[in-house]
Design a protein around this ligand. Structure first.
Ligand SMILES: N[C@@H](CCC(=O)N[C@@H](CS)C(=O)NCC(=O)O)C(=O)O
Length: 308
């Protein structure tokens, strides 16, 4: 049984999504709490510079981005499936909505609502990270009514879906779309001062929210960052070495590249040698003085790979 280690912090909405997946799968896992703000000195040896939250580790294999993490969890622990009723494939497309425009709109609501009450160091980091280098709190606040109207319209889609009497988004069993929608509802409820009143207009969504909350997060147990690094140091990467002759980029295993998330301003590129190239994943091999040899996994969607 692979030993899953999640590097995250409790308030992180994207980590909440992964914790719900761990709950759906009923897994026992190890929990390493990382800082909310850089520097993240005990995470960098694992990722090679990727700073977003969460990151999953299994031995010396490191998974960056919740999409890559959830895909790996489904591969390692196929039962119960995240795609009940044959929802494979297209359910990933739902994430391009929830994690893209809807996530951005909800972040904008939370920012506008917090305004000057947001701790200065947090605003200085997250403002440019989420809204780009020309981040302007006054503009985000002026747009709040319009932003709320778009969030209300999109939450109404979820409400409609649940109004048909389904317990979960795909039917009787929870799956990927539940995790994708739930973390945003959870975030809005907890971090927008008018979140509970905003959500009260969606009775089916609120009832579903209780059902997803009741799934829980599996069985986490705390682990220190030092212990996680020691596990990586003692392990060898398990990712299979594979090439893809059909890859449109022409990249091949052995190429030295950098990988960077798109749309995240100031994200440092991660450098390594391609170990695996596939339709959904690129895996880089890296050497680090604290953990030795590691394999760092990234999704292909929303990440740029550049030859160096
Ligand atoms: N595409 C990434 C986005 C992750 C993301 O934006 N996470 C937020 C926290 S919820 C973050 O990294 N914030 C900055 C930080 O934690 O340093 C994923 O799906 O994992």
């Amino acid at each position: 049984m692979p030993n899953v280690i999640l590097h995250h912090y409790p308030q992180s909405p994207v980590s909440k999504k992964v914790r719900v997946v761990l709950g759906i799968k009923g897994l026992a896992w190890r929990s390493v709490e990382i800082p909310r703000l850089p520097p993240k000195p005990d995470l960098m040896p694992l990722t090679g510079g990727y700073r977003l939250t969460p990151v999953m580790q299994i031995g010396a294999d490191v998974y960056c981005d919740s999409a890559c993490i959830i895909r790996a969890l489904e591969r390692h622990f196929p039962e119960p499936t995240l795609f009940p009723g044959g929802a494979d494939g297209m359910a990933w497309g739902v994430s391009r909505w929830t994690d893209g425009p809807l996530f951005s709109a909800i972040i904008a609501v939370v920012f506008a609502d917090a305004g000057q009450d947001m701790p200065a160091d947090f605003a200085a980091d997250r403002g440019p990270l989420y809204f780009g280098p020309d981040f302007d709190m006054a503009r985000i606040q002026a747009a709040l009514p319009e932003t709320l109207a778009t969030v209300r319209a999109q939450f109404a889609w979820m409400e409609e879906r649940l109004a048909t009497g389904r317990a979960f988004m795909l039917g009787a069993a929870p799956g990927l779309p539940d995790a994708l929608c739930y973390y945003l509802v959870w975030f809005l409820r907890g971090r927008y001062s008018k979140g509970p009143a905003f959500l009260a207009r969606f009775p089916n969504l609120c009832a579903w929210e209780q059902r997803v909350a009741a799934i829980g997060h599996g069985t986490p147990s705390a682990m220190s960052a030092a212990e996680a690094l020691e596990i990586a140091r003692r392990a060898d990467p398990a990712a299979a070495e594979a090439s893809d002759a059909d890859d449109p980029t022409g990249l091949t295993p052995g190429d030295t590249v950098t990988v960077v998330p798109l749309g995240v301003s100031g994200a440092p590129p991660v450098r390594g040698r391609i170990r695996t190239l596939s339709v959904q994943e690129v895996v880089l091999e890296r050497e680090d003085e604290r953990i030795g040899h590691a394999a760092v996994h990234f999704p292909r969607v929303d990440y740029r790979i550049s030859r160096v």
